[in-house]
Design a protein around this ligand. Structure first.
Ligand SMILES: CC(C)(COP(=O)(O)OP(=O)(O)OC[C@H]1O[C@@H](n2cnc3c(N)ncnc32)[C@H](O)[C@@H]1OP(=O)(O)O)[C@@H](O)C(=O)NCCC(=O)NCCS
Length: 170
């Protein structure tokens, strides 16, 4: 049975293990979204965490389905701010997209950020057509567009900045 056919729910752990490295690279590749430069940046963050552990600026969440790594997210506090955090990266293996893995990762990242006193969650993505599903995902997860920097990535391709303020629990 493949992960796609499985009916189990994803589990999310707040820990990046050395064995996750290749799985993360493979799932990033599978999305078809990232060019070589972006992949290098993504892997630099992975390596920073694996090298420096808790001392790293980057916090990772890893999603598994039936014991296989199918997605991950990475965030960090925005230094110099009181309550803001940045979601640097989120990706789900192409074969398991649309099954709630991304939402589970984002929801747990938000709980973690809020627990660390950083309920203002910022993230950015591109305005070009390729990222329409990504923007729809963030809107569906409760984010709002707070700024758009025209032609940021390329002529006609804006940087779109989203924000969600996580409400503290009862
Ligand atoms: C964006 C991404 C992380 C979302 O993860 P996912 O596991 O596919 O998303 P989920 O299944 O948790 O979707 C949650 C909600 O977002 C919305 N959504 C997700 N994908 C969508 C799409 N393609 N079109 C419209 N809405 C979408 C839906 O409302 C969905 O809720 P539903 O299940 O009730 O329909 C994933 O698709 C991905 O890795 N994309 C490529 C890489 C990328 O763009 N990363 C972010 C930029 S760094």
């Amino acid at each position: 049975m493949t992960a796609r056919e499985s009916s189990s729910r994803p589990t999310v752990r707040r820990e990046l293990r050395p064995a996750d490295r290749e799985a993360v690279r493979a799932l990033l590749d599978s999305t078809g979204f990232f060019n070589r430069e972006e992949l290098e940046v993504a892997m630099e963050l992975v390596d920073d965490r694996l090298t420096h552990g808790e001392a790293s600026h980057y916090r990772f969440l890893v999603a598994e389905l039936d014991g296989a790594v199918v997605g991950y997210a990475c965030w960090g506090p925005i230094l110099g701010t009181a309550e803001s955090a940045d979601l640097y990266w989120i990706a789900v293996d192409r074969r398991t997209q649309g099954r709630g893995v991304g939402h589970a990762l984002l929801a747990d990242a938000e709980r973690w950020m809020a627990a660390e006193g950083r309920p203002r969650v910022y993230l950015e993505t591109a305005g070009r057509a390729q990222y329409e599903p990504t923007r729809a995902f963030y809107l569906a997860c409760g984010y709002s567009v707070v700024a758009e920097l025209e032609h940021f990535y390329a002529p006609g391709d804006a940087k779109v900045i989203f924000l969600r303020v996580v409400e503290s629990g009862p």
